[in-house]
Structures are given as structure tokens and as C-alpha cells.
Design a protein around this ligand. Structure first.
Ligand SMILES: C[S@@+](CC[C@H](N)C(=O)[O-])C[C@H]1O[C@@H](n2cnc3c(N)ncnc32)[C@H](O)[C@@H]1O
Length: 390
């Protein structure tokens, strides 16, 4: 597992960058907004007429989809009396990401207050000089990782109190200071100091609960607390491969939020076999909701026996896919062109027979299948489409 760098997204919720997979986990436009747009808004309003809901959050990460779902439930009038949520993510540490951030901040506090060198720093240039000239200190305190916050903390304390002044921002944005400042750290520190974040490290449930400190969510959480008397609420965390969970789970789910990395990175959760297995854990009026609109995923869903359709945003743009055993739950069926694409090479799905292959093997098997296929390519298909409309 790599190192996580939190960053501020445009709606002020925190996103994560993982330097191991070299990828972000959340949209820079807004981690929480994305959860709403892609996963919660597409849920039909009649879904919330149920008395009991069993939700499966696949690839929980730091739980925006679950949180947004709960916010939705608690902020609308409905008859729900019981909610069970199963959250699955291979990455145990992620569920505890916020205490991880806290540990860092504590460490920095200690470093600044206990170490004479830092204690007596009067200004930014002085701090920079000490750190440039002293590789022992850099190594001892893993300064490369923490330097940004240390210097930033100094800047903020010395220059202007809690918020970043123009002067501090000027220093931060100078090219020559690049080696000392990391934009992500700046965002993080700004966020933490503005929100006076206090985090706790207890069991999974409290970790989940305090994750809700994120801006916007925290307000709603207070509301949730008030209303939670009305609803019997249960949440379980499974730090395992979702394929393992599907093999052992006895549950039937009313709704599944499927938010893994793209098929090119993590095909094991988009294969025909995976979706077939998942469909056996659905009720007749259950839905799977995902951001993914790609041809191999949609074709895999079809081959798994599911009915599929588009999810759309408020501007009627296609933003994802909904799948269900029940055809009547598909509000926006695929267009003819979208359906046609599934029957091209691009639509050849991923396969993972007994749900145990490595991602690399799943990808190379599909590449081989594409090479040996007689289907037309997607570009030929688009060309035919274009000619047909002339
Ligand atoms: C895009 S992130 C999910 C973001 C998340 N929904 C959130 O709200 O923070 C993808 C997640 O998939 C997890 N993951 C990858 N492969 C998995 C697998 N086979 N089973 C379960 N989780 C997996 C990763 O650990 C990562 O947390």
C-alpha cells in the first residue's frame, strides 16, 4: 500500500491521492459532490419507500458513498425503520485514514515544541536555511515528508494567526520554494486549521462516525444523530477482497454501490463472473449503481443476466450505469448506438471464472480474446454509424 496524500477538492471535501497506484480516489471537482451525483441522485425516489434497506458499498475507501446515502435517508421523509450497510474494501488502513492524519499532525506538534532548533525559528527564511544545511535533521525527522507542514505552521503562526495571508501565499507559490512546499500539504493544513479538526482513534464504528467531520457531512451528521432513534442502524466493515465477500455473504442486498478503480486497473470487480455472482445476492427489486459507462462493463452486466440503463444528471448527461434483475427499474435504457457498441471488440468483457485471478491475468486474457475475435472494432462501428446518418 502506498502513501496517501489528502487534497482539498472543490466542494471542500477531502480527496485522497495514493502514490502507489499513482491515482486519485476522488474527483477533484468534489469528492462528496461526486458521491451524490453518481451514486445517490440516480436512486429512484420510490426506493426510499421501503421499511428496511440492506446496502452493499463495494470499494468503501473513506466512505463518501455510504455517508451520502445516509444523509439522503436522514434528510428526506421516508418510512425506513432499519438500515444495514456492509462496507467492503481490501485496504484496512483506509478506513482508519483520519487517525492516520492525526498522527502526523501530533508528530509535527511535538517536533516543533520539543526541538530547540524549530522552537527558536523566527521566520521562514531561517527555517529554510536550517533545513537546507542540515541533512541530519532532515533524515532524523523525515523532514521531506513533514517539511511543508512545519514551515507552513511557522508561517501561519509568525505571520498572521490561523488563516493564510497574502504574504504567506506569495511565499508558497514561488517556484524557488517548490522543494519545500507541496500543494497537497498546503491544502491539508489549510483545511485542518480552518476546521479545527479533532479526530479520534477507536474502533471501526467510531472511525466511520468521525469520518463524517468532513465539511457538509458534519452538519448532516448532527441531524442523523437526532433522527437515529427512529431507525435501527447497523454498519459492518469487511477489510477483504470483495470477491471473497461475495463468496461467503449470506445477505441479499437492496442496493449496491459499485465504486472501484477503472477496469483497466481493477478488472476483477467488473468481470462477467463477478457480476453474475453479485446478481445472485440481489432481490428482485434491487439495483446496482456505478459511475462506469464503459462497453466491457455494460456487456458484462448483460451477460450476467442483468437489465441495464443509463443514469443521468440534472442536465440529462449520461453519468453512469444502473443494473437490475427487474427490467421495470430501468428508467433510461441504453440508446441504439450504446447497445451496438457492446457488440464490438470494445465490448468484450473481462472474465474471472472462479473469482480468483490476478488483475494482470484478467487483463491479458481479455487482450488475447480481443486479438482472436472476429467482431468489428469500435472505430469501424463508429464509422458505419456516421455513414448511416449521412
Ligand atoms: C476509487 S476508490 C473508492 C472511493 C470510495 N468509494 C470513497 O468514497 O472513498 C477504490 C477503492 O477500491 C479498493 N479496492 C481495490 N480492489 C478491491 C477489491 N478487489 N475488493 C475490495 N476493494 C478493493 C481500494 O482499496 C480503494 O479504496
Amino acid at each position: 500500500m502506498g502513501k496517501f496524500l489528502p487534497y482539498m477538492t472543490k466542494d471542500y471535501s477531502i480527496g485522497l491521492f495514493n502514490d502507489d497506484v499513482n491515482d486519485i480516489y476522488h474527483s477533484a471537482f468534489g469528492a462528496l459532490t461526486e458521491a451524490y451525483e453518481k451514486f445517490i441522485n440516480p436512486i429512484s425516489s420510490t426506493f426510499f419507500d421501503k421499511e428496511a434497506i440492506n446496502l452493499l458499498d463495494i470499494c468503501y475507501g473513506i466512505g463518501y458513498n455510504t455517508k451520502a446515502f445516509l444523509q439522503k435517508v436522514y434528510s428526506t421523509n421516508n418510512s425506513i425503520k432499519k438500515i444495514n450497510i456492509d462496507c467492503v474494501d481490501t485496504d484496512n488502513e483506509l478506513i482508519e485514514i483520519s487517525p492516520f492524519i492525526k498522527t502526523k499532525i501530533n508528530f509535527i506538534d511535538r517536533l516543533i515544541h520539543k526541538n530547540q532548533l524549530f522552537k527558536n525559528i523566527q521566520n521562514y527564511n531561517e527555517a529554510k536555511k536550517i533545513l537546507t544545511n542540515n541533512s541530519n535533521i532532515r533524515n532524523k525527522y523525515k523532514i521531506d515528508e513533514f517539511i511543508n507542514i512545519i514551515l507552513l505552521k511557522n508561517l501561519i503562526e509568525k505571520l498572521e494567526g490561523r488563516n493564510l495571508s497574502k504574504e504567506a501565499k506569495n511565499i508558497l507559490s514561488k517556484n524557488e520554494n517548490r522543494t519545500f512546499f507541496n500543494k497537497n500539504m498546503l491544502f491539508l493544513y489549510e483545511f485542518l486549521s480552518k476546521n479545527e479538526v479533532q479526530l479520534v482513534q477507536k474502533d471501526f464504528l467510531s472511525t466511520f462516525v468521525h469520518n463524517i467531520y468532513y465539511k457538509y457531512v458534519s452538519k448532516q451528521y448532527k441531524l442523523c444523530n437526532k433522527l437515529s432513534d427512529k431507525v435501527e442502524f447497523n454498519i459492518n466493515f469487511y477489510p477483504i477482497d470483495i470477491r471473497q465477500h461475495l463468496k461467503t455473504s449470506q445477505h441479499k442486498y437492496d442496493i449496491v454501490l459499485l465504486d472501484g478503480f477503472t477496469p483497466a486497473k481493477c478488472p476483477c470487480i467488473w468481470s462477467v463472473d463477478f457480476l453474475k455472482k453479485l446478481s445472485t445476492l440481489l432481490n428482485n427489486d434491487s439495483v446496482i449503481i456505478t459511475y462506469n459507462t464503459s462497453a466491457p462493463v455494460r456487456n458484462a452486466m448483460k451477460q450476467a443476466g442483468l437489465n441495464i440503463g443509463n443514469t443521468i444528471d440534472s442536465n440529462n448527461r449520461f453519468i453512469g450505469t444502473v443494473a437490475s434483475n427487474n427490467m421495470l427499474l430501468i428508467e433510461h435504457p441504453l440508446s441504439e448506438a450504446q447497445e451496438g457498441l457492446l457488440n464490438t471488440k470494445a465490448g468484450i468483457p473481462y472474465r474471472d471464472n472462479d473469482l480468483s485471478l490476478e488483475n494482470e491475468a484478467i487483463i491479458s486474457n481479455r487482450t488475447l480474446e480481443i486479438e482472436n475475435s472476429n467482431l468489428i472494432s469500435s472505430s469501424q462501428y463508429y464509422k458505419h454509424q456516421k455513414e448511416g446518418t449521412k
